[in-house]
Structure formats: structure tokens, C-alpha cells
Design a protein around this ligand. Structure first.
Ligand code: TXD
Length: 316
């Protein structure tokens, strides 16, 4: 039966976030999915489970699990969530080095088997891993993008909706900068049905919500005790897949390669991006206050420290 082209989405890493990306993509009917991981049986088991949810949830996507990278061949989008969490006694730089090695290995497989794909990085530390992937893949920068701003802005949107008692669907937000303590939430661009929250909330409540957004990941880690958030991160990455495969050209905050925008060069950092079938089709430069611009520069400095650490260890 002739029909629209079925897209292929590779989820590399079948842990909590990777499996949630696969679930969201299947439910959103974005394409067929290949779930892969280094652990034998894990992607196969989760893929089978997701396949069996299809008849109930009403999707017919083919979800396959594999340990063989040949199976990601010709994927349209690869979402990379593979990585290790920080263990006791491990420095940030040690983790950086370990995850950079994993990303490097995976990029070799992607470049070989899915050379035309658009690659979405999710593994932490996000902006440094996106930079690493860009360098290792050898793909044009518009085809390598990091997921963080979508998640951080979803958190901000959710907190605003809770605070004002409005539907979260009507709240929009922009969060720029690195994924971490130095992220830059932008209240002036955070709106409820087009009205800026600066008109709807006292400044101290805005400050509290911004602070809670900054610490959003940590709040969940502290509650879960083991592991970190995955429902919202998975949904955020799937949102990016949707904008790409359906060529929506949505304006989404993503980690993108900067070549002078916002006064920053040769670095991945969270900025508003128009995301479509070509990947990062445009980086939008918003007018920022002096304080926001300074915060963005501080954020860039933090990412630069990570990149420099990898360069010193000869990884980049
Ligand atoms: O906003 C964001 N970017 C983030 C990032 C939000 C949430 C989570 N964020 C990061 O995503 C998190 O700090 C991790 O670096 C990744 C994945 O998080 P997840 O919660 O999914 O971690 P898991 O459950 O430990 O899954 C990681 C999987 C696991 O199944 C490993 O076996 C696999 O990665 N793994 C590998 N797969 C393939 N190849 C290699 N080499 C490999 N090494 C580990």
C-alpha cells in the first residue's frame, strides 16, 4: 500500500530517557524506532514492551531493539542518550572524559551507518557533549543539536502554570544558556496567552520560579534518590524530533553551534533555534538586557571550561 514515507528514528541508549523518547515518538506517530544500547537484552526487552503497548495506545510504529549499530542504518534522526551517571569519587571532568569517550564511539557508528541523519544529543554535560559530537561526526553544525532548553523551558512553563492556576498549554517560555546552574531563564519572554509573566506576577514570585527552574533537575534527583528525571526530558527530545521530521520550523530553545551569535563563537550553547527538516535552520538573536547578556556569557564560560578540559586531555 502506497503511503507517506515512514521516518526512522534511532534512540541510542535505552535507559530511562532513551526509552521515554522512544515511547513518545511512537505515541506521536513520528516514525519507526530502533532502540539500541550496549547492554544485551535491554533494548530488545523495552522495544517489545513498547510494541505491545501499541494496540492499546493506538500506534502502529515498528519498535525494534538491538545491540548492533548496523540496524540504525539510514535513520533520519538519531537521539543520543547513552552515557554514564557520576559515581562517588568521580570528578566532573572524569565524568566528562568517560561520556566523551562514549559519544566519540557512538558518533563513529552514526557517521558510518546514518551519515545523512540529524543528531540530537541528550547526554550530560549536554553542551560539551554536543560540541564533542559535532567535532567527531564531521557533520555540518546544523545537523547536530543538543536538547536542554526545551526541558528547562518546559519546567519553567509548568511552574508558571502551577503558580497562576492556568493551563500549561497556554504558557510559553524561553530559557537560554548552558544546561545547569548557569542556565538563563528569560521572564520577559515567558508568556501566558501572549502576556508576559512580568505583568502577571510580582517580581519575588518570578525570582522564586526562575530559581526553582534552575534547580529543576536537582529537585527531582533528590526525590528519586537513584537516577534522574526522564519523563519531561524524553518528551522534550521527542518534541524536537517532531519539529524536525514534520518540518515545523518551531522556535525552540536548543543547544546549537554558535559562530558569533550573542557574541559567542565556536561553542554549543542554548539559544532560540528554528528547527526543521534541515535541522538548525536559523539561530534567532533576541534582544537581551545587559544582565541577561552577562549571564549568557557566564554560561558560555562554564561550557568553555569543559571543552578546554577535554582538549587538555587530548580528547578534542
Ligand atoms: O536535559 C538534558 N539534556 C538531560 C540530560 C535531561 C535528563 C537526563 N540527561 C542525561 O541523559 C543524563 O545525565 C545522562 O547523561 C543521559 C541519559 O540519562 P538516563 O536517565 O536515560 O540514564 P540511564 O537510564 O543510565 O541510561 C543510559 C544508558 C544505559 O542504558 C547504558 O547502558 C547506556 O546508556 N550506555 C550505552 N549505550 C550505548 N553505547 C555505550 N557505549 C553506552 N554506555 C552506556
Amino acid at each position: 500500500m502506497a503511503g507517506a514515507k515512514q521516518f526512522k528514528i534511532a534512540c541510542i541508549g535505552a535507559g530511562n530517557v532513551g526509552a521515554t523518547v522512544a515511547q513518545c515518538c511512537a505515541e506521536m506517530e513520528l516514525g519507526d524506532i530502533v532502540l539500541t544500547d550496549i547492554v544485551e537484552g535491554l533494548p530488545q526487552g523495552k522495544a517489545l514492551d513498547l510494541t505491545q503497548a501499541g494496540p492499546i495506545r493506538g500506534y502502529g510504529a515498528v519498535v525494534r531493539g538491538t545491540n548492533d549499530y548496523a540496524d540504525i542504518a539510514d535513520s533520519d534522526v538519531c537521539v543520543v542518550t547513552a552515557g554514564l551517571p557520576r559515581k562517588p569519587g568521580m570528578s566532573r571532568l572524569d565524568l566528562l572524559e568517560k561520556n566523551a569517550a562514549i559519544i566519540t564511539e557512538i558518533c563513529g557508528h552514526i557517521a558510518h551507518h546514518a551519515p545523512e541523519s540529524i543528531v540530537i544529543l541528550v547526554t550530560n554535560p549536554l553542551d560539551v557533549m554536543a560540541y564533542t559530537a559535532h567535532k567527531k561526526l564531521g557533520f555540518p553544525a546544523e545537523r547536530v543539536v543538543g536538547m536542554a532548553g526545551c526541558l528547562d523551558s518546559a519546567r519553567l512553563r509548568a511552574f508558571v502554570a502551577l503558580e497562576l492556576g492556568v493551563n500549561a498549554k497556554n504558557v510559553d517560555a524561553m530559557v537560554l544558556g548552558s544546561h545547569g546552574d548557569f542556565m538563563v531563564p528569560l521572564p520577559q519572554y515567558t508568556t501566558v496567552s501572549g502576556v508576559s509573566v512580568t505583568q502577571l506576577m510580582p517580581q519575588d514570585r518570578i525570582n522564586a520560579i526562575v530559581e526553582r527552574t534552575r534547580k529543576g533537575g536537582g529537585e527531582i534527583v533528590a526525590l528519586l534518590k537513584t537516577g534522574s528525571a526522564y519523563y519531561a526530558p524524553g518528551a522534550s527530545a521527542a518534541r524536537m524530533v517532531q519539529s524536525i521530521l514534520r518540518d515545523e520550523r518551531q522556535l525552540l530553545p536548543c543547544s546549537a553551534y554558535l559562530t558569533g551569535q550573542y557574541g559567542i563563537e565556536d561553542l554549543y550553547l542554548g539559544v532560540p533555534v528554528r528547527l526543521g527538516r534541515g535541522g538548525v535552520e536559523e539561530i534567532v538573536e533576541l534582544p537581551l538586557t545587559d544582565g541577561e547578556q552577562a549571564a549568557l556569557r557566564k554560561s558560555a564560560d562554564e561550557v568553555r571550561v569543559g571543552v578546554a578540559g577535554l582538549q587538555e586531555r587530548g580528547i578534542l
